[in-house]
Design a protein around this ligand. Structure first.
Ligand SMILES: *[C@@H]1O[C@H](CO)[C@@H](O)[C@H](O)[C@H]1NC(C)=O
Ligand SMILES: *[C@@H]1O[C@H](CO)[C@@H](O)[C@H](O)[C@H]1NC(C)=O
Length: 82
């Protein structure tokens, strides 16, 4: 009986630890100009995450070599939500 009570207490303690509020943050933000069907998160209009496609994350032109003849010997191509 003591073992059962101990297991019951553990089960109750563990089950309550998984409760949390829904987060206002999301993992991805595909920026859109039109707020229609968009979700406003962290100051940006983001495409509805349910409607994102793989092409949204494609950046063309990163395969084109750039000049690396500079003091650090490299170049950086910035890609951001904007
Ligand atoms: C995305 O889809 C899920 C499951 O259908 C739904 O619960 C959620 O509200 C949707 N999110 C948005 C931003 O529409
Ligand atoms: C790199 O830059 C230096 C200084 O501008 C120049 O003298 C040199 O010829 C360049 N090297 C190449 C491979 O372009």
């Amino acid at each position: 009986m003591k073992l059962f009570v101990a297991l019951l207490l553990c089960a109750l303690a563990i089950s309550s630890s998984f409760a949390f509020d829904p987060s206002q943050l999301q993992d991805i933000c595909v920026a859109v100009d039109q707020p229609k069907n968009a979700v406003f998160v962290n100051g940006k209009f983001c495409k509805n995450p349910n409607l994102t496609v793989a092409d949204d994350f494609l950046f063309r032109g990163i395969n084109i070599p750039r000049d690396t003849n500079n003091s650090v010997g490299s170049t950086v191509t910035m890609v951001a939500v904007d």
